[in-house]
Write a protein that binds this ligand. Structure first.
Ligand SMILES: NC(=O)c1ccc[n+]([C@@H]2O[C@H](COP(=O)([O-])OP(=O)(O)OC[C@H]3O[C@@H](n4cnc5c(N)ncnc54)[C@H](OP(=O)(O)O)[C@@H]3O)[C@@H](O)[C@H]2O)c1
Length: 261
């Protein structure tokens, strides 16, 4: 099984911490040169310094806010004019939590732009190079709400389906060029995002964070939350030559929580 990414270049979005950072770590270990994107420059600097360079991988970062679509367009053109990107990990911060009835119209628009439009702009920038190489891996970090909506995540549930529909359509169009498009759906994973969701739910329900955590864990057959590395392992596999015939799928990595088959 060929799991080597030696000589491959990867853009890893939302990679200054959490799941994105864990994916960058894994891709680097497999030999990829990683370009890390997120807003906080200090965190990016720290993150990039921790990546494996044992086979002379070369890593870099760019501080960018995905709410600025034009900045993403400019940066993606700049990056693809300098090198072929073989792996694109689409990932960033999740939309604000809350019931859908309370969601403001602009929250849907902002989340659509950050998650669908930014994915699209980045993808459009990398696909010409991927086609020339006959090798491309576009991997979207979404959520298990693609399979079944999650409580108190109204905007998120809505936008995640859009990303999944966009990705499946793209997989149908790009499969013939050796490019695959797949989605990884994290369940509850120990990151800052999970901590902030627990705190928001505790506040909303006027209960302790411990109670929220207990309810969360009770719903997971594995009886624990996941580690970012466990999500990253699946994303990294999808990036490899070995995953060449996996295309257009959404894989929950959630300790068994998703109720559907
Ligand atoms: N953790 C979970 O339990 C869980 C479960 C299901 C789905 N997910 C989803 O998986 C994705 C990653 O989650 P995570 O837990 O790793 O989140 P996280 O710890 O909050 O990390 C989010 C990453 O995205 C970057 N980011 C956030 N907003 C950005 C923006 N506007 N522009 C550019 N970069 C931005 C952050 O860095 P900066 O702040 O420096 O920009 C950070 O590197 C999210 O979509 C999340 O909703 C997570």
């Amino acid at each position: 099984m060929n799991l080597s990414l030696e000589g491959r270049n990867a853009i890893v979005c939302g990679s200054s911490q959490g799941i994105g950072f864990a994916i960058a770590e894994e891709l680097a270990i497999m030999g990829a040169n990683c370009i890390l994107l997120a807003r906080n420059e200090e965190n990016l600097k720290t993150a990039v310094a921790q990546l494996d360079i044992s086979i002379r991988q070369s890593h870099s970062y760019h501080a960018i806010d995905f709410n600025d679509v034009e900045a993403v367009r400019t940066l993606s053109k700049q990056l693809t004019s300098q090198q072929t990107i073989h792996v694109l990990i689409n990932n960033s911060g999740g939309p604000k939590a809350g019931p859908i009835v309370d969601a403001k119209e602009e929250e849907f628009l902002q989340a659509f732009s950050q998650h669908v439009i930014v994915n699209h702009v980045l993808t459009n920038a990398v696909i010409d190079g991927m086609k020339k190489e006959g090798y491309g891996r576009i991997i979207n970090i979404i959520s298990t709400s693609v399979k079944t909506p999650l409580k108190n995540l109204g905007v998120s549930n809505t936008i995640r389906w859009s990303v999944a529909a966009w990705a499946k359509t793209l997989a149908n169009e790009l499969g013939q060029f050796g490019i695959t498009v797949n989605n990884v759906l994290p369940g509850s994973t120990a990151t800052e995002r999970n901590t902030s969701l627990i705190e928001a739910n505790a506040k909303r329900q006027n209960v302790s964070t411990e109670e929220i955590k207990k309810t969360m864990i009770d719903a997971i057959p594995a009886k624990r939350v996941g580690e970012p590395e466990e999500i990253a392992a699946v994303a990294a596999f999808l990036a490899t030559p070995a995953a060449s015939y996996v295309n257009g799928v959404s894989i929950p990595v959630d300790g068994g929580r998703t109720p559907s088959i």
